[in-house]
Design a binder for this molecule. Structure first.
Ligand SMILES: *Cc1c(COP(=O)(O)O)cnc(C)c1O
Length: 431
C-alpha cells in the first residue's frame, strides 16, 4: 500500500517513508492510495476477536509493506496495554474513556505506535531522526512519554508558554533523556508554524532527518481508528445505530474514525464538537474554509484555528460538500457552556468529565435534539485531573491525583524559552 500527497505534486511513498518524512516534499499530507473494506464477517463476528486482533486486521493493509506481520503484532501488543471502557450514562448516551494510557489522554496510542515504528525503522539507519512537534497541550506529553529512551530518536517539543495546564507542562518538561521542551512565547499556531517552517528549511534538512509527530504523521493518525472499532464491538449487541461525538482540534481523531467507517464500520453519523475555535463549524454553515487565529479556551488541546486534518476529511468525501454534510455535523461551544455541561454531567450522572469530553457531550446532546432515536457515544479524550483547576472549581469538589501524576508533581521542569523561528533553528543546528 502506497501513500500519496494530497497536494498531488510529490511521488507516492511507502508507509515507512511517509512516517520518516512526516509531510510530503510538496507540503501535502500523506493519504493511503486505497482503503480496502474489511470483510462483512469481520464485523459480524467482531465480538469473538480480541482488541489486538481487531487492531491488527484494521491497520495491516496500511503498513504491511514496511513492517512484517510478527513485528506489527508485537508493536500492537505493547501499544495497547490499557483498557478503553465505554460507560453508559443514560439510555442512549455513553462515554468512551480514552484516558487510561500513561499520559492520560487519547494521544498515547498514536504516539506509542509511531515511536515503535520509528524505532523499528531506525534499526537499519546509522543516522538519527529528530522528531519535532508542536503541542497545544496533550500531544507533547504523549509523544515525550512514547518516545522516551527510544534509540536513534531525539524529540523536540514546542508548546505555547502559559497556555497549557500545569500537569501538561510537567509531562513535557520533567522527563529529560532524549526529550527537550521549548517554551514558545506565542500561541499554538505560532508553534505549529515554526514546525512547518523547519520542515521546509533546506539548510536544516541537509543537516538532519526531521519528522513530525503531530497527527499529520500517518503513524500517529491511523491507529486512532482502533477506538471506534473497539466501541462498536462493545455496543453491537444493542442493535442501535451509533453516532460518535468527537471533541476536535486538529481533526485527526475524527478523521481516523472515518477511516474505520471506510473499512466498513457501521457509523450512522459523526459529530465534530469544537470550542470557540470554530473554523469547521463555520465551514459546515457557509462552505467557506477560513482559518482563524486560535483563541485560548479551557479545552486547550482543541485551540486550533486551522485544523490540519480537515483536508484529509474533505478528500475522503471527494471534496463533495453534500456528501460530507450527510456524514458529519459540527458544533462549537463556549467555555461557559462547557463549564455548565461539566456541572450537569456531574449532577445528573455523578460522572466527572474533563472540558474536552464536556464539549463532546454538548455536541452529542445538540445532535440528539433532532435525532432522538440514535445511540450516541461521546469521547472522553483526557482524564479530568489534567485540567484540575477548571474541573475542581466548576464541580466544587476535589479530585484525587492518580499516583502516576502525583509522582510527577515533585519533579523539576526543564525548558528552553524561545520567541522566534531563528532561535528554534539555532537550537536545532547546535544539537
Ligand atoms: C488532541 C486532543 C483533542 C483533539 O484531537 P484532534 O485529533 O486534534 O482533533 C481533543 N481532546 C484532547 C484531550 C486532546 O488531547
Amino acid at each position: 500500500m502506497k501513500f500519496f500527497s494530497l497536494n498531488k505534486e510529490a511521488a507516492d511513498v511507502s508507509f515507512k517513508e511517509a512516517v520518516i518524512k512526516g509531510i510530503a516534499p510538496d507540503k501535502g499530507l500523506y493519504f493511503p492510495r486505497e482503503i480496502k473494506p474489511l470483510s462483512a464477517s469481520f464485523f459480524e463476528n467482531i465480538e469473538d476477536l480480541t482488541d489486538h486482533e481487531i487492531a491488527f486486521k484494521a491497520i495491516e493493509q496500511f503498513v504491511s509493506e514496511s513492517i512484517p506481520e510478527n513485528k506489527l503484532k508485537e508493536i500492537i501488543n505493547s501499544v495497547l496495554d490499557f483498557p478503553f471502557p465505554v460507560i453508559e450514562l443514560e439510555n442512549n448516551v455513553a462515554t468512551l474513556e480514552l484516558f487510561h494510557g500513561p499520559t492520560m489522554a487519547f494521544k498515547d496510542v498514536g504516539a506509542r505506535f509511531m515511536a515503535h515504528c520509528l524505532e523499528y525503522f531506525s534499526e537499519d539507519h546509522s543516522s538519527e531522526v529528530t522528531v519535532l512537534v508542536a503541542t497545544s497541550g496533550d500531544t507533547g506529553g504523549a509523544v515525550a512519554n512514547g518516545f522516551l529512551g527510544v534509540k536513534g530518536v531525539k524529540v523536540v517539543i514546542l508548546y505555547p508558554g502559559g497556555k497549557v495546564s500545569d500537569i501538561q507542562e510537567r509531562q513535557l518538561t520533567t522527563l529529560g533523556q532524549n526529550i527537550t521542551a521549548l517554551e514558545v512565547n506565542g500561541n499554538f499556531d505560532d508553534c505549529q508554524n515554526m514546525v512547518k517552517t523547519a520542515f521546509l528549511d533546506s539548510e536544516l534538512k541537509s543537516e538532519m532527518q526531521l519528522t513530525s509527530a503531530n497527527s499529520i504523521n500517518v503513524a500517529r493518525w491511523l491507529p486512532q481508528m482502533f477506538y471506534f472499532l473497539f466501541t462498536y464491538k462493545k455496543l453491537k449487541n444493542k442493535g442501535r445505530s451509533i453516532v460518535f461525538s468527537v471533541p476536535s482540534g486538529n481533526f485527526g481523531n475524527i478523521c481516523a474514525g472515518m477511516i474505520a467507517q471506510k473499512l466498513g464500520l457501521p457509523v450512522a453519523h459523526f459529530i465534530a464538537s469544537t470550542n470557540v475555535n470554530d473554523t469547521v463549524p463555520q465551514y459546515m454553515l457557509t462552505q467557506e474554509y477560513s482559518p482563524k487565529i486560535s483563541k485560548a479556551t479551557i479545552s486547550n488541546a482543541m485551540d486550533v484555528g486551522d485544523p490540519s486534518n480537515f483536508i484529509r476529511i474533505r478528500h475522503l468525501f471527494e471534496n463533495d460538500f453534500e456528501n460530507l454534510s450527510k456524514n458529519i455535523s459540527s458544533y462549537s461551544f463556549t467555555d461557559k457552556e462547557t463549564r455548565e455541561a461539566l456541572l450537569k454531567i456531574y449532577n445528573d450522572y455523578s460522572y466527572v468529565a474533563d472540558p474536552h469530553g464536556a464539549v463532546g457531550y454538548l455536541g452529542l446532546k445538540k445532535y440528539q435534539k433532532t435525532n432522538s432515536d440514535i445511540y450516541g457515544v461521546f469521547l472522553e479524550t483526557a482524564h479530568p485531573v489534567k485540567f484540575l483547576d477548571v474541573v475542581e472549581e466548576t464541580i466544587g469538589k476535589k479530585i484525587d491525583l492518580p499516583e502516576k501524576i502525583a509522582k510527577m508533581m515533585t519533579k523539576k521542569k526543564n525548558k528552553i524559552q524561545i520567541s522566534t523561528y531563528e532561535e528554534l533553528k539555532k537550537y536545532l543546528l547546535a544539537t
